[in-house]
Design a protein around this ligand. Structure first.
Ligand code: GLU
Length: 510
């Protein structure tokens, strides 16, 4: 990586809908590189294709990035020395570059109608050739290379519809270096003369993208692999515009793959396997279709950032848990892999669980108190916090805790059938009742008092603790698993424990 050049990177989404989680990863890698080198992170909205514009998509993108912890230095909201940062607002800037290319014979006007193009495609397909508008087929079309200068002038003066296309050489090798993929070489004979400026005067993605990267002093273009086929054209544009020495370094990121590993991770995979593929909830304004997001599904933004960072990049050791600052320190494009990264939903759960366990109890409480209240009415904060502290290790999402801890708020109404089947013997009810009396007689209050007395009782009866430990848990909570049992008993208190033992043993008839 060239060190003299200040690092300036951009995330350049098109506001065509919800931002896919893969797009968030692209933004994240840009951000990590920028922060690592004290550089600048730019958000540029590529909205030149007005047909694909979706209202609300830009706001969605900005909110998603903010939520994951990606800070933007220059962008539509922040402004900056290269404002505006929305391409639609930069429209007047692009034309001059297309004109310059025309003047230099590196681009040309094309007047072909939709029907002309369709006929050309059919003709080429019929003779088993690639249906492309390229250095060969262009000579049979209506453009400033085939029409006389007078006719071209006449058409332009008359206001005929036209586009401007790049004029690629017939057969020339375009070579460029990609930080992740190494050297890439493509022959112009396989490329077509892409449109640079459209009939409505709007630049296409290719022209606007290259012009803006140049004008904004972008040092690294870090984007998804799906843009790799466009890179040779972009390299040609840099060359034609005389900007080759300012060309950014390219880094095309590997795809995010389906959990099975075949093909790109899609929204449908998310629906099928029950995980979000979008950072935050999204409602399509046209269809009303709703898609769930990581945020609303109860993921922590730190967990999502951590998980995404490791989908395609790996550190030099086995470290898995990274704060954003640690990611910034460790990240390098050289450690991004070439091959696609398989999405693993269990890993996503695992990361969330790790972060859940790192949170402070009051923070978790603040997040889920509405769920507690909805389920059980108003709850005592201290009581709920004790429950959270006891329970969280077992769960991946904080939002699971209120429902899972119902027995701290209401009497259990069902008792785990498997435990009853496997662990209840004819004498179990009697032992449990006697144990309850034992606890009462010894006035058990603390977890240790419950534990000690439990052991003494079992010893006095000559039974193994394992014989009644599970039945005790199920009798008191209904559930086969939960927090450490003696903590649970102490929090419920002697009175409730005794009542529940009586109720349960009355219900279970063997
Ligand atoms: N506007 C393109 C997109 O939507 C940007 C690709 C690039 O980064 O060059 O992904």
């Amino acid at each position: 990586m060239s060190t003299e050049r200040p690092v300036r990177v951009r995330f350049a989404p098109s506001p065509t809908g919800a931002l896919h989680i893969g797009g968030v990863r692209t933004a994240l890698y840009n951000y990590l590189l920028a922060r690592k080198h004290g550089g600048t992170m730019i958000l540029r909205i590529e909205d030149t294709d007005q047909n694909r514009f979706v209202p609300g998509a830009e706001e969605y993108i900005r909110e998603s990035l903010k939520w994951v912890g990606i800070e933007i230095d220059e962008g539509p909201e922040q402004g900056g020395p290269h404002a505006p940062y929305r391409q639609s607002e930069r429209k007047p800037m692009y034309r001059q570059y297309a004109d310059k290319l025309i003047e230099e014979g590196l681009a040309y006007y094309a007047f072909d109608t939709e029907e002309d193009l369709e006929q050309m495609r059919k003709r080429l397909e019929a003779s088993k050739m690639q249906p492309a508008y390229d250095s060969v087929s262009r000579m049979g079309m209506k453009n400033s290379l085939t029409l006389s200068a007078d006719e071209v002038k006449e058409r332009l003066d008359r206001g005929d519809n036209y586009v401007i296309r790049i004029k690629l050489p017939r057969k020339e090798e375009v070579r460029f270096h990609d930080v992740i993929r190494g050297w890439v070489a493509v022959s112009t004979s396989t490329m077509d003369d892409k449109v640079l400026l459209k009939g409505d005067g709007m630049p296409t993605y290719h022209l606007a993208n290259v012009v803006d990267d140049y004008l904004m002093g972008i040092s690294h273009v870090i984007r998804g692999e799906e843009w790799l086929p466009s890179a040779p054209l972009h390299v040609m544009l840099y060359r034609y515009l005389g900007w080759e020495d300012k060309m950014p370094e390219f880094a095309h990121l590997p795809l995010l793959l389906k959990p099975e590993g075949n093909g790109k991770l899609s929204k449908r995979d998310g629906d099928r396997l029950g995980f979000p593929v979008f950072p935050i909830d999204w409602t399509d304004p046209k269809t009303g279709e709703k898609s769930s997001g990581y945020r609303e599904s109860g993921y922590y933004p730190e967990a999502v950032a951590n998980m995404l960072a490791l989908l395609g990049w790996h550190p030099s050791d086995n470290q898995e848990m990274f704060t954003m600052d640690e990611l910034i320190q460790s990240f390098s494009l050289e450690r991004v892999s070439k091959s696609g990264a398989k999405f693993d939903v269990n890993k996503a759960y695992w990361f969330n669980q790790q972060y859940l366990n790192q949170k402070s109890v009051p923070e978790i409480y603040a997040d889920i108190v509405p769920i507690f209240s909805e389920l059980y009415g108003s709850v005592n904060q201290e009581y709920a916090e004790t429950i959270i502290a006891m329970m969280r290790e077992k769960y991946q999402f904080a939002r699971e805790i209120p429902a899972a801890s119902s027995y701290f708020f209401v009497e259990p109404s069902a008792f785990d059938e498997e435990v009853i089947r496997k662990k209840w013997k004819p004498e179990t009810n009697g032992l449990l009742l006697e144990l309850g009396e034992w606890f009462t007689r010894n006035n058990c209050l603390t977890p240790t008092e419950f534990e000690d007395n439990f052991k003494i009782y079992c010893e006095s009866k000559g039974i193994k603790t394992g014989e009644i430990l599970q039945p005790l848990r199920v009798a008191v909570s209904g559930a086969p698993m939960g927090p450490p049992i003696f903590d649970m008993l102490a929090l419920l208190g002697l009175e409730k424990v005794l009542t529940r033992l009586i109720v349960c043993t009355n219900l279970i008839k063997l």
